[in-house]
Design a protein around this ligand. Structure first.
Ligand SMILES: [Zn+2]
Ligand SMILES: [Zn+2]
Length: 284
């Protein structure tokens, strides 16, 4: 874990004031992808909302400074008095926890993450610096300006059980899908084969600014500039392909379903070494 730095000043980390002026055409889009599952795009990242009868569960927490928008969208859509039961993090990168402080100030709910992600979420260590030298487009080049400090949710974040169950979501289980980050998880529901994949794979070429802004749909491995273990990332994609999901919400890009997803994911798992692992970069 050499690439992870000890965080010298754990309590100082915050996403406040880190707004990033990068917004895709899909920003603000709320899409229903299963009877009770929604994808909501916050600038260039997606959060998932699972609607339970007595509340809902949020998967991830969007870009920095997006908390207020997330709260008002949920209130508009689901009603003023609806509250989340919990927030589950696929991983702790800045674009997945950016709105979390604001959300937790508004809703005092538990946050769950994989135990290997907890050191980044409790202020112990920082994520490695995004790699601006990795093979890729303009987003990769800009990535060294992205925040990579761990945040401190001590007392608010709990480890998910080791057996793959999720305390607040009986029908779902999580799959440990490391590579993009050590404690990255994906969520899967067997009954309708719905997958929430985080950044284990994405449906847009995330290092290309143009493709991100117009949300051109194509299946790819995890965002390159933040992925530190490519072999593990490949194994994770292989494992997700064996689940044969019917529909997937990914951390970036538009939701994908049906044959396009199944065939595409199979191909991605097969060709990952050639098409996804960058030819050069700090973590290759
Ligand atoms: Zn990420
Ligand atoms: Zn991401």
């Amino acid at each position: 874990m050499d690439q992870f730095q000890q965080n010298p000043n754990p309590t100082e980390q915050t996403m406040q004031g880190k707004y990033m002026p990068m917004t895709s055409v899909a920003s603000g889009l709320l899409q229903q992808i299963a009877q009770d599952v929604y994808s909501y795009t916050v600038q260039i990242v997606n959060i998932a909302i699972i609607d339970l009868h007595d509340g809902f569960v949020l998967i991830d927490a969007g870009m920095p400074e997006s908390g207020t928008t997330i709260i008002s969208t949920i209130k508009d859509q689901f009603g003023e008095d609806r509250k989340p039961i919990a927030i589950i993090l696929t991983h702790g990168h800045f674009d997945h926890i950016g709105g979390l402080e604001e959300l937790l100030n508004h809703w005092d709910v538990p946050v769950y993450a994989h135990k290997l992600e907890l050191p980044f979420l409790t202020g112990q260590i920082n994520y490695p610096e995004p790699d601006g030298t990795v093979e890729g487009g303009l987003v990769a080049k800009l990535s060294p300006t992205f925040p990579h400090n761990g945040i401190n949710l001590k007392g608010k974040v709990e480890a998910l059980p080791d057996d793959g169950t999720i305390p607040v979501l009986q029908e779902w289980r999580y799959v440990h899908t490391p590579g993009h980050s050590p404690g990255h998880i994906s969520l899967f529901r067997e009954s309708d084969r719905t997958l929430i994949a985080g950044d284990a794979f994405v449906t847009v070429k995330q290092d290309s600014l143009y493709k991100v802004l117009v949300q051109k749909q194509e299946l790819h491995g995890p965002p390159r500039y933040l992925t530190t273990d490519w072999q593990a990332a490949w194994d994770s994609v292989k494992e997700l392909a064996t689940l044969k999901p019917e529909v997937a919400i990914t951390g970036h890009g538009l939701p994908m379903a049906g044959e396009e997803l199944k065939t595409g994911l199979g191909k991605l798992a097969q060709n990952f070494g050639e098409t996804e692992i960058p030819d050069y970069g700090k973590y290759v």
